[in-house]
Ligand binder design. Structure first.
Ligand code: ATP
Ligand code: FE2
Length: 327
């Protein structure tokens, strides 16, 4: 069985093809990078639409498949930016109708989780899902991926991107902050806010901005301290969930999970508990089509498909809204 997956929740148009056991045959993508400031939904949507043909062709070429070899068309149904989601959804409906294939509506967050599970071999982990729009501590329980803790305000990736703009850096900020942080030496005290398994990053952002504007600190030290503080918060909340749920595996996924220092902290925490850490491979951390294809394939196997008339996008689709039919 093979599924083609289309990702278009925000900045990236990803189209991937995945086979039966989770083998990624292709994962083509193009990412919209705003010239300045954050992502403008309508501009990003225009970019995604303009790249559709090229990315689809690349994905089919690399996978060596034609539509005859594909058993289903999956797309990101949400959460995400409405104009961007509509680009992928419209294309998926068209391809499903044209090629007479089942249509599968995938929750983007669950796709981040499932691609990380299949590529690492994690079985029943506590999942730290960290990206531009989400920061959640998740575990599977009784038919759903349940959210045990999450940010009460902005996501950690959003905090990284927003602070990088204060530093005058282009979107996305995470990788640039990671590079600067590696050169930082002095830890600067910053707001550390963990409430049970929930987190808050907006105070951290305001304090970082204030400290940057004061001119008293180097960018390297600010970035270093930012990472140490934010990632320790995430690690603490994740560890609490592991203890509470008595789980022996931890899995990191989402764009921010590409960060080496975050991976390193989670690995140390897991080791100290006698647990096992699994990090999603870097190429599958950020938004991509292969993750949508794989989640779509799992859903297709359990006949979890959509009628065209029920295939509306859901910009506020939550991780715990989905009945997991495939586990
Ligand atoms: P979601 O809808 O899942 O919230 P998203 O639109 O934020 O997805 P992702 O590609 O999953 O997209 O994540 C992008 C985020 O990951 C951005 O905030 C970016 O700065 C961050 N990021 C990417 N690489 C790194 C890195 N090396 N270190 C820290 N953050 C990173
Ligand atoms: Fe994402």
């Amino acid at each position: 069985m093979r599924v083609l997956g289309i990702e278009s929740t925000a900045h990236t148009l990803g189209i991937g093809v995945v086979e039966g056991d989770g083998k990624v045959l292709s994962s083509a993508r193009q990412t919209y990078i705003p010239e300045e400031g954050g992502i403008l939904p309508s501009e990003s949507a225009d970019f995604l639409a303009s790249k559709f043909e090229e990315v689809l062709q690349e994905s089919l070429d690399v996978s060596g498949c034609s539509f005859n070899d594909i058993d289903g068309i999956a797309f990101s149904q949400g959460p995400g930016l409405g104009p961007c989601l509509r680009v992928g959804a419209a294309a998926a409906r068209y391809l499903a109708l044209k090629h007479k294939k089942p249509l599968i509506g995938v929750n983007h967050c669950i796709a981040h989780i499932e691609i990380a599970k299949v590529t690492t071999g994690a079985k029943d982990p506590v999942i730290l899902y960290v990206s531009g729009g989400n920061s959640q501590v998740i575990a599977y329980a009784e038919g759903r991926y349940r959210v045990f803790g999450e940010t009460l305000d902005i996501a950690v990736g959003n905090c990284l991107d927003a602070f990088s703009r204060v530093l005058g850096l282009q979107h996305p900020g995470g990788p640039k902050i990671e590079k600067l942080a590696a050169k930082g030496k002095n830890y600067i005290e910053l707001p550390y806010v963990v409430k049970g398994m929930d987190l808050s990053f907006s105070g951290l952002y305001s304090d970082l901005k204030r400290k940057k504007l004061s001119g008293q600190y180097s960018d390297e030290d600010l970035c270093y301290s930012f990472q140490e503080t934010a990632f320790a918060m995430l690690t603490e909340a994740t560890e609490r969930a592991m203890a509470h749920l008595d789980k022996e595996e931890v899995l990191a996924t989402g764009g921010v999970a590409a960060n080496s220092r975050l991976q390193n902290m989670l690995e140390i925490m897991a080791k100290e508990r006698g647990a096992k850490y699994y990090g999603c491979p870097r190429e599958h951390c950020g938004d991509n089509g292969a993750m949508i294809a794989w989640a779509g394939l799992l859903m297709l196997k359990s006949n979890d498909t959509l009628d065209i008339k029920n295939s509306k996008i859901n910009p506020k689709f939550r991780t715990d809204d989905v009945d997991v039919t495939w586990l």
